[in-house]
Ligand binder design. Structure first.
Ligand SMILES: NC(=O)c1ccc[n+]([C@@H]2O[C@H](COP(=O)([O-])OP(=O)(O)OC[C@H]3O[C@@H](n4cnc5c(N)ncnc54)[C@H](O)[C@@H]3O)[C@@H](O)[C@H]2O)c1
Length: 318
């Protein structure tokens, strides 16, 4: 039995990943960490953890990764860490940058030092598409596209990537940095566009958007992301001396107005869109070149936005 430590296991991606591992990979024991912060309704996170606690191969540690001493209460051996804990959200990071640098950068530094002390040196990290510079709507390629974050959130993720590189060079960590692109689906964070717009349309309220609606996002369904993480786990456990960066996206960007139109048609309600001035901290478009992930881990997204939205709405309406 291999022990996988999942930080942020109560959150959207962490709980989906943990549940999928517990359901489908019987040779893994899952150790989960989360501080159940109130970035959004804590009730969602408690429900997620309670679902995970139904499995015998799961153990939960309610702790804050900013408290390095508490991390040492985890006595189990750790074969691999999937580090997802952190403060998400581009727009909110403008309001309170330090909470992002603390939770993401100091938090990641604590996790790395803790793992190093335990001689557990394999880590998969959730980075973000928001560290890229967007040039003429071209796809973002890991080793070609310039990095130029526009927000404290993006900076915090870029600094984390640098820190991981440093732990690879100095201490021989095996590292996989996954740059995730706009993840959505059942159980998603309520602060994300698809969730927010759905609620507004259902309640006959206007949808405020930044800019003219021509911006686009590479929306990626949660099961495809979980699958990409599964494949990364397999990859990192079977390889030695690796430090790789991979885009996990759908590679099929959709314009904001198109997304709103799709939601409105599926919900069968008209929508009134109000345009606000565009926001300088957000990228105009995101677009993942996934050829490297395809080559290295055989990553292939299977769910397009149309069917992904159906699955999300089915969950949401329940
Ligand atoms: N959802 C996306 O579209 C997306 C895109 C790119 C990257 N990411 C990254 O993936 C990771 C997971 O994102 P998510 O959407 O599931 O967010 P989430 O907020 O649902 O999950 C993050 C979890 O981390 C926990 N956490 C935060 N700070 C912590 C701390 N100091 N100690 C312990 N736990 C802490 C939170 O309580 C939360 O449960 C994040 O690092 C995020 O930046 C997400």
């Amino acid at each position: 039995m291999a022990n996988v430590l999942i930080t942020g296991c109560a959150g959207f991606i962490g709980s989906s990943l943990a549940e999928n591992i517990l359901k489908n990979l019987s040779h893994f024991f899952v150790l989960g960490i989360d501080n159940l912060d109130n970035f959004y309704d804590k009730k969602n996170k408690i429900e997620n953890v309670n679902r995970l606690k139904e499995y015998k191969r799961f153990k939960f540690y309610e702790l804050d990764i900013l408290n390095i001493h508490k991390l040492y209460s985890i006595e189990e051996k750790i074969d691999l860490c999937v580090h997802l804990a952190g403060r998400p959200g581009v727009l909110k990071s403008i309001e309170n940058p330090n909470s992002y640098y603390e939770n993401n950068l100091i938090g990641t530094s604590n996790i790395l030092n803790f793992l190093n002390a335990k001689k557990s040196r394999k880590i998969i990290f959730a980075s973000s598409s928001s560290i890229y510079k967007c040039e003429n709507n071209k796809p973002f390629t890991e080793n070609k596209t310039k990095l130029q974050p526009l927000s404290p959130y993006g900076f915090s993720k870029m600094f984390c990537e640098n820190l991981l590189d440093n732990f690879h060079d100095n201490f021989g960590f095996d590292v996989v940095k996954l740059r995730l692109f706009s993840v959505y689906g059942p159980n998603m964070r309520p602060d994300l566009a698809i969730f927010k717009f759905t609620n507004l349309i259902l309640n006959n309220k206007s949808v405020n958007i930044f800019g003219n609606g021509m911006s686009s996002r590479d929306y990626t369904y949660i099961d495809d992301i979980v699958n990409g993480i599964f494949k990364s786990i397999n990859f990192i456990l079977n390889e030695k001396n690796i430090c790789e960066t991979l885009n996990l996206g759908n590679s099929s960007p959709v314009q904001l107005l198109k997304l709103i139109e799709m939601l409105s048609m599926k919900i069968e309600k008209k929508v009134n869109v109000i345009n606000l001035p565009s926001n300088k901290c957000e990228l105009i478009s995101t677009f993942a070149d996934i050829s490297k992930a395809k080559k290295l881990i055989d990553f292939k997204p299977n769910i397009d936005l149309n069917s992904g939205l159906d699955k999300f709405l089915e969950w949401h309406l329940k």
